[in-house]
Design a protein around this ligand. Structure first.
Ligand SMILES: [Zn+2]
Length: 252
């Protein structure tokens, strides 16, 4: 347990791993930078307290809430494990999505990381609507087939499947279907379904195209021999009508 005394905060003897930092996505040591005052806690005896740590990898603040176990005149004992108030959102290769889809899906994942499951469902529907606007009717049908595949592969029950359909395909004019209430379990299924659908529709294609551009670029270089600035080919040129290979830029 954590022990707070008038002289400061003592960590547990064998401190549990703090978990992935939501800012730098690394497992790093935490240093307490803001702890509640001993006398104030002893006087008010709250059931829970907050402590701010600094991530030693990136320097960002991390906020934890701890249950107070026992208060005496000389020490205050806190639970060993605290609840982190800012959870790490899922990582996703947003750079492979169209900008409008990426922006909405990033917000959807932030809602999920905050346990706001109905807000998450709303943002998933908006993400799907943005994808349909990008893809047209044929893309919508491909996503529909993709969801059917997921439902069959994962043997999802009828009620869950119906909720996924309602969230993803229930939007649109003039009268969108009401959004179903989502619990943590259904939200988890929706999360994986959306990640997979967007991957199949956008990310896979974009990754293949980038790899293909790279391959063609190197093949062209190999056949023409190494280029130098004197050849007037300092900047990489595209091949077969394709633009020059872009730098890989997956982002979290
Ligand atoms: Zn960090």
């Amino acid at each position: 347990m954590w022990i707070l005394t008038p002289s400061g905060l003592q960590p547990p003897a064998a401190q549990a791993l703090p978990g992935e930092c939501p800012h730098c996505h690394r497992q790093a040591a935490l240093t307490p930078v803001s702890t509640p005052g001993f006398e104030v806690l002893r006087q008010h005896a709250p059931r829970r307290v907050g402590i701010v740590f600094r991530c030693e990898a990136c320097g960002a603040p991390r906020f934890f809430r701890y249950t107070v176990r026992r208060i005496t005149d000389t020490r205050i004992e806190l639970a060993t494990r605290g609840q982190e108030l800012e959870r790490a959102p899922e990582r996703y290769p947003y750079s492979h999505l169209p900008a409008a889809v990426a922006r909405l899906f990033r917000e959807a994942l932030a809602c999920h990381a905050s346990d706001c499951f109905n807000a998450f469902a709303s943002m998933c529907r908006r993400t799907a609507e943005a994808a349909f606007a990008e893809l047209g009717e044929s893309g919508r049908l491909r996503m529909f087939d993709g969801l059917e595949d997921i439902i069959a592969l994962c043997e999802l029950d009828a009620a869950t499947a119906q909720r996924l359909h309602a969230v993803i395909f229930g939007g649109g004019d003039p009268r969108p279907d009401p959004l179903p209430e989502l619990d943590a379990d259904t939200a988890a299924v929706l999360l994986e379904a959306m990640k997979d659908l967007l991957y199949q529709i956008f990310v896979r294609r974009e990754k293949l195209l980038r790899t293909l551009r790279m391959r063609r670029f190197f093949v062209a270089q190999g056949s023409d021999g190494p280029r130098t600035d004197r050849d007037g080919a300092g900047a990489p040129q595209g091949h077969a009508g394709l633009p020059a290979p872009p730098p890989e830029a997956d982002s979290a």
